[in-house]
Design a protein around this ligand. Structure first.
Ligand code: GTP
Ligand code: MG
Length: 298
């Protein structure tokens, strides 16, 4: 399947949800106040968030005051342009090699799976990838990452369950520097005894990377499960406060009608979406592209 058809397939549910909502709005015909109010409501109910939806409609009103939008397709085209503009306000992080990516997120969002896919993605680019099993809390977490390492055929650094994740990360960084890896991807726990503990642990791990490998390109990616819709928003807030997130990865977009949440997250937290997960397979990851994404959902 080609790039665009794959994305289109993954976003089918989101597109249907948005189409259904717009259909009744457009059935009114006239672009009057009632139309704009209903459109705003439709965008909010498509998970785009209240303030983002308000801004989109405000911009659409301004365009329609300047030039006549004759039909539904005209309106949709302007909506697409406005949405792409919003998504492109956040610049993508600049990537250089060697690169260390620390992957964080609450439990079950798809961190480990994303790491497997990213390992494959960078390996296909010709990079020498190392995985680091920094989730020493959950039983079987390191085994799950080991399975991915085998599948993608990359090396992994791990330690016994219950050991200090900081020491695994230290070993991983030391090894990568010595062996000259291009890309190091660190898995982390999604749950500890409580949220404060988890944030403290992530801060500690993060400090090890930045102090032990000063000149490396170091990025922290937060993985969010798109099916949780607006709940994903609060996660951005507390992870960003603890460790200053560089980019987001949205997973499970294939199984949800809530893809519109990408707009709300981008707008409200000013963190760019870097990759999107479109399935459970090793190839089901794509670098995020605002134009393609919007074209697929509206
Ligand atoms: N459909 C779909 N499923 C996904 C995607 N990404 C991950 N999953 C599934 O989500 C489930 C959880 O994935 P994990 O990678 O184990 O999540 P995690 O964040 O590492 O979980 P913890 O280590 O427990 O915190 C698995 O069943 C994955 O196959 C995706 O993009 N699409
Ligand atoms: Mg995991």
């Amino acid at each position: 399947m080609g790039f665009f058809s794959k994305i289109k397939e993954a976003f089918k549910k989101t597109k249907t949800a948005i189409d259904n909502k717009l259909l009744s709005v457009f059935s009114k015909g006239k672009l009057d106040d009632e139309f704009f109010d209903e459109l705003e409501f439709a965008l909010i109910s498509a998970d785009m968030g209240a303030s983002t939806s308000e801004e989109i409609v405000k911009k659409l009103r301004a365009v329609s005051a300047k030039r006549k939008l004759r039909n539904q397709e005209d309106v949709k085209q302007v909506l697409r342009e406005i949405m792409v503009e919003i998504l492109n306000e956040n610049e993508l992080p600049e990537i250089e090699y060697p690169l260390v990516i620390m992957v964080v997120g609450v439990n079950g969002v798809g961190k480990t799976t994303t790491i497997g896919k990213l390992a494959n993605y960078y390996k296909n680019m010709g990079k020498n990838v190392l995985l680091v099993a920094g989730d020493t809390f959950r039983a079987a977490a390191a085994e799950q990452l080991t399975e991915w390492a085998k599948r993608v055929n990359v090396k992994i650094i791990k330690n016994n369950e219950g050991s200090d994740p900081a020491s695994v990360v230290f070993d991983g960084i030391t090894s990568a520097k010595a062996k000259g890896n291009d890309v190091v991807i660190i898995d982390t726990a999604g749950r500890l005894h409580n949220k404060v503990n988890l944030m403290e642990e992530l801060k500690k791990i993060s400090k090890i990377v930045s102090t032990k490998w000063e000149d490396v390109c170091y990025k922290k990616f937060l993985v969010l499960d798109a099916t949780t819709g607006q709940n994903a928003l609060s996660q951005v807030e507390y992870f960003d406060e603890a460790i200053d997130i560089d980019g987001l990865v949205l997973t499970k977009l294939d199984g949800t009608a809530k893809g519109g949440v990408v707009l709300a997250i981008s707008k409200e937290y000013n963190v760019p979406v870097t990759f999107i997960g479109t399935g459970e397979g090793v190839d089901d990851i794509e670098p995020f592209n605002a134009e393609e994404f919007i074209k697929a959902i509206i």
